[in-house]
Design a protein around this ligand. Sequence first.
Ligand code: G3H
Ligand code: 13P
Ligand code: ZN
Length: 310
Amino acid sequence: MALVTTKEMFEKSMKEGFAIGAFNVNNMELIQAIVDAAAEQNSPVILQASSSAIKYAKINYLMKMVEAAVEEHPNIPIAMHLDHGPDFETCKMCVDAGFTSVMFDGSKYDFEENIRLTKEVVDYAHAHGVVVEAELGKLAGIEDDVNVAASDAIYTDPAQAEEFVRRTGVDSLAIAIGTSHGAYKFKGEAKLRFDILKEIKIRIPNTPIVLHGASTVIPELVEMCNKYGGNIPGAKGVPDEMLHEASVSGVSKINVDTDLRLAMTAGIRKVFVEDPSAFDPRKYLKPARELIQQTVAHKMKDVFGSANKA
Ligand code: G3H
Ligand code: 13P
Ligand code: ZN
């Protein structure tokens, strides 16, 4: 089996009411942990790399490792996606390298410019059998180099979403309903605008919806980091119950990066503190990889509902 696009997995997710996890990768241990969890749970899975992850790992290394993952797990649908493509050139580079899905993130542009730039990417990607995700509305917080002040957060307008999808021909749409990237998502209580999600689903029922900034910021992982010498005070994410509600309410793709970073860091920190004499990287990367796998498996099985949907 080869890498797949997200087309069929999203069709199934919309029909059966579950979401597919899209997990950010930039090294071998992350890729192995995520696809092993998917195989263990018999779940479809999306691997995704940001432009800075591609700069870090190099596109060739990433693609070869992802191809190896597909060979290891021929029965699991695996898609490879560009996360937050900043421009046409980056999207084109990933299409040409064999990614099966790309995101063009034009959320920092005005509506008309976002449509124009997204359409350029859609035309190129579709001509090469690749699907496209776009973003409308702004997430609060820090994404790549773009810093959106929390007060500037703009929820997605459902009427605009309908017009945007019609005019761009985009395959899926990332929306802003209150999530944000990173480990500090809410000052007080977590709150998502499910009313806006509902309105968007009424207007574009056949377009898969994507939720960015959707890490739980798992308290046990934050505690583990802090217990073993870390300093991540006051971190807060989207509770599992809300992500589950999103999964059964029309969200098809849920993006997770921060929880994987926390799992990897917690696993490594524990070994460093408990066994200061260890200096073989396998000694700390193996438990870190296991913790990432458990974290991903938990999301698939208990939160997103994608287990046994491969
Ligand atoms: O949405 C952003 C992702 O978490 C990727 O972050 O640009 O640091 O790789 P990154
Ligand atoms: P988190 O920072 O919540 O993991 O979000 C990741 C993301 O949206 C990647 O595009
Ligand atoms: Zn994102």
